[in-house]
Ligand binder design. Structure first.
Ligand SMILES: NC(=O)c1ccc[n+]([C@@H]2O[C@H](COP(=O)([O-])OP(=O)(O)OC[C@H]3O[C@@H](n4cnc5c(N)ncnc54)[C@H](O)[C@@H]3O)[C@@H](O)[C@H]2O)c1
Length: 259
């Protein structure tokens, strides 16, 4: 049976872990090939062992423009084109604004916002010149939901949602779609610390009407919809994949962090 992405070429940042890796698995299962980009060489090697001939990897820091250029160039040199991009590299920070070291603020903004801008810039150039393509930027429910102690992350993700809207306007006339996904709480290495502080995970689940933690595959399925032909008239919006948790109050993590 034909795959929904047969012959398509993808680039995925943060592609060797969590949500990015789940997207890679899903896209490859649907017939795509991919460049997985990440700054973690160990997880890139593990992804190569698992996904084999369907992927190549690039050691990339998305805050470094030359790395991002090389990542996009690899898709073209290896596979001849670029059809799909998922920009998932990211991480969070924690600290009240009055106590927040500026270096920690900058690190989160640099990866989560500037990294998505640089990725969209270079992916978008190739797609614009080809006259087609689709970019999915991974934001968060925190693009819209504020949380005490999470100013850098919330501001970065709000920026990603706005960047997605503007990129969709700028690239739409060239046949390129740009969408966002805003996940709620998802079980990935990023949230593995909640195994140590179970009260945090429990609070997230309690604040989720569908009554469980999200899984990376929940996000990958939404990404597949957006990048496939089924999503052909969708651009500029961020799709929240969160079990309806945005409809409830966000857990007060700063009160739970002590366990
Ligand atoms: N897990 C959640 O609950 C959740 C919720 C909402 C949004 N998100 C977002 O989803 C995205 C993926 O997160 P995840 O949960 O899969 O986490 P993860 O830690 O499993 O994966 C993130 C990957 O990004 C890579 N990375 C981080 N900074 C990088 C950089 N500067 N350059 C290149 N690679 C870098 C890491 O090495 C890691 O492999 C992130 O943008 C995150 O903010 C996650």
């Amino acid at each position: 049976m034909a795959g929904r992405l047969d012959g398509q070429v993808a680039v995925i940042t943060g592609g060797s872990s969590g949500i990015g890796l789940a997207c890679a698995r899903r896209f490859v299962a649907e017939g795509a090939v991919a460049v997985l980009a990440d700054r973690n060489p160990e997880s890139l090697a593990a992804a190569t062992s698992e996904l084999g001939a369907a992927i190549v990897t690039e050691l990339v820091d998305v805050t470094v423009e030359a790395d991002v250029e090389r990542m996009v160039a690899r898709a073209v040199s290896e596979y001849g084109r670029l059809d799909i991009a998922v920009n998932a590299a990211g991480f969070g920070g924690f600290g009240f604004i009055v106590d927040h070291p500026v270096d920690e603020w900058r690190a989160v903004i640099d990866t989560c916002l500037t990294g998505v801008m640089l990725s969209t810039k270079h992916e978008g150039r190739v797609m614009r010149d080809a006259g087609s393509g689709v970019i999915v930027n991974i934001a968060s429910i925190n693009a819209r939901v504020p949380a005490e102690g999470m100013a850098s992350y919330c501001c970065a993700k709000a920026g990603v949602e706005m960047l997605t809207r503007i990129a969709a306007m700028e690239l739409g006339p060239s046949g390129v779609r740009v969408s966002g996904i805003g996940p709620g709480f998802i079980d990935t290495p990023l949230t593995a610390f909640t195994q140590i502080v179970p009260a945090i995970r429990d609070a997230y689940v309690a604040a989720t009407p569908l009554g469980r933690a999200g899984q990376p595959e929940d996000v990958a399925d939404a990404a597949l919809f957006l990048v496939s032909d089924d999503g052909r008239w969708v651009s500029g919006d961020t799709l929240f994949v969160d079990g309806a948790s945005m409809q409830k109050a966000y857990p007060e993590l700063h009160k739970l962090a002590g366990g």
